[in-house]
Design a protein around this ligand. Sequence first.
Ligand code: HGY
Ligand code: MN
Ligand code: MN
Length: 407
Amino acid sequence: MRIDKGRLERSIEELGRIGQTPRGGLTRLALSDEDKRGRDWMVARMREAGLAVTVDQMGNIFGQRRGEAALPPVIMGSHIDSVPTGGKYDGQLGVLCALEVVRALNDGGINTRCPITLAIFTNEEGARFQPAMIASGVMAGKIALEDAYNARDKDGIRLVDELERIGYLGAEPCVARPFRAYLELHIEQGPFLEEEGLTVGVVEGIVAIAWSRLTIHGVQDHAGPTPMRVRHDALVAAAEVVGGVRRVAREIGGDLVATVGNFVVAPNIVNAIPGRVMLSIDTRDPSDATLDRARAMLEPIVRDVCAREGVRYELEHYWRVPYTPFDRDVVDTVERAAKASGARYRRIRSGAGHDAQYMAAIGPAGMVFVPSRDGRSHCEEEFTAIDDIEHGATTLLLAALDLAGRA
Ligand code: HGY
Ligand code: MN
Ligand code: MN
């Protein structure tokens, strides 16, 4: 019983071709036609591997491998939706390594006491519908199903209508059910494993994450005849806020990160003074108290900048996930598996959110990291070497077997 590196590499290439960009990256937005094709491809492979496939109300896909006893399953999961011009490892690698674990168990004729379930979560990225991890959030009871259904993309299309359109609006309730453990293999998306020459990260927890939306209302006007002294320019105020976000991150320092990634200007033409700007603010830190401190520093900056420019604003704090430590026993099991796999490893914390963050709210969860070349992710340069992937997948296999118990 072992991970078949060649088979796993072929699967990564094959699934990675669905939504592939000209530069070899991936654009497979949640519930898009590419996501449907990716889902259909995965369901076919899951059925070939003998899994009983079900789909729930949020379009989460589950493939169950029977266990010897009526016990809660060991779930291995992740996501196959990507960010625009992202990479073909974020999310999909965890799903394919979980599939490879099932295939290796099948090859070895291994039966387990607990069932083994493969899970593919909808819209983990939050790139098309917000917030991120919306489907595991519904399952964990942290996001109302109706709110998730009514989430709209930038074209005003609702999430539920897209689930229906692509044929993945399942009947199974999207609710928490007991599980023996949840395991997620994922790329690190940061520089540490590679810098230290390590091939596996034993993830101890995930940082706290806060998303806010700032909308600034100025006075839209003509760029030519309007004297500077009478202007109320939403973009000038927004630009100063962006600088303020960076200042707050610098002043607090430590592990705090703060990003303005989404920035929408209206009417966004050369010869009109911007009347409205919407910008996103993503802050993360291992300490929830530090996120609160960052917010407390940011709000007066926004207030003063907008007062000076004579513009109105709304600041919505619309998504928050607390610092999430993983289950001690699961982390210890992953560490034992990493050691047994022969990998060079260490314990590490995740700076990215994952479905494991919400799954940890309803049962024992843990993660396995593999290195990212140059620490890059959410970009077409995203890459992880297959030898590192093999170590990670072997760690996943050994940890899942330990937790599920051999029959
Ligand atoms: O935002 C995140 O950390 C993840 O990529 N959804
Ligand atoms: Mn991911
Ligand atoms: Mn991601």
